[in-house]
Design a protein around this ligand. Sequence first.
Ligand SMILES: NC(=O)c1ccc[n+]([C@@H]2O[C@H](COP(=O)([O-])OP(=O)(O)OC[C@H]3O[C@@H](n4cnc5c(N)ncnc54)[C@H](O)[C@@H]3O)[C@@H](O)[C@H]2O)c1
Length: 334
Amino acid sequence: MQHSNTDFNNKTILITGGAGFIGSNLASHFQEKYPNSRIVVFDCFRSEEVFANNNLKSFGHYNNLIGFTGDVICGNINSQSDLALLNDYEFDHIFHHAAISDTRVYDQEIVMRTNVNSFYDLLEIAKKNEAVLVYASSGATYGSLPSPQTVGKEKPENPYGFSKLLMDQIAYRYADENPDLSIVGLRFFNVYGPREFYKDTTASMVIQLAHQILNGKAPRLFENSNLIERDFIYIEDVIQANIKACKPKKSGVYNVGTGNPRSFQEIADILQNELNTNLGTDYFSNPYNGYQLHTQANISSTRTNLGFKPNFSLEEGIKTYIPEIKRLHGKDIS
Ligand SMILES: NC(=O)c1ccc[n+]([C@@H]2O[C@H](COP(=O)([O-])OP(=O)(O)OC[C@H]3O[C@@H](n4cnc5c(N)ncnc54)[C@H](O)[C@@H]3O)[C@@H](O)[C@H]2O)c1
């Protein structure tokens, strides 16, 4: 799907976090649909280092870029000398996805430094290049406020959500001060789809439950999972939002979800249906405080100002994703 009438051919595109889930899908989309675009991926990739929660410090993986023929720069957005490597280019579009994406990292200093400080640098790079800037915000900015979650009413409940809200506030201010620049923040809700595998335990429950089922085990869910609903959105719709965000009616922050919340139980049931199994469900109690029990993106301004229209229901997204889920089953994430 082309998604918009913007012609990215002969344009230079920067994707920070381009070795990660959303960024690498974006890189692949541009390469396939706009073969004359020049695509630059900037990512620190993964190292052996882990946070206190034992999760990896970054999830960028070379396997997400197999087949990618653009420029790849291994660099850290926290390093001025690494960012200086971008001075060799003149960017038309910047997609800023690099971040600590793990919502359960509680080391506030590293989350703020990585997600917030670096954002000032990315804004300056966009300004210098007169580039359109699209960046990743998050549905985590809403914490457990009641649905539907609407831009302008936020209450983050972890350092990650707070860092994304700070980015949005900075973006609004910067857009006011630089009215000629186009700056769009996208608040993704729960994204699932190909190239998320290397996020390991932070990948969506779609792939995690599917692999449990393919292992012959009943999917493991929190008790009352039929009542825990989230706004799950398929990666193809997230790509659409990124592309449409390049021609906004106005700079701003926009929700990216389907507007149609679904339960974790429904995910497990759809998967069992697709995989022809009948393994039941293995329930256990939810160990987390501050867990979002219901999300539903209010996408009215996303429709109006970006022309965004989600195309994939949960059933369609999962069905499209199943062959890739099967291909990855049993593969090592290292
Ligand atoms: N996937 C979702 O459901 C979701 C939901 C809301 C918001 N987001 C946001 O969307 C963006 C992309 O998310 P994703 O799911 O692709 O996550 P991801 O972790 O797969 O991608 C982030 C990428 O940033 C890179 N990175 C991390 N720290 C870096 C640093 N210091 N310097 C350079 N690169 C660094 C990682 O290596 C990784 O490749 C993130 O900003 C995330 O916070 C994602």
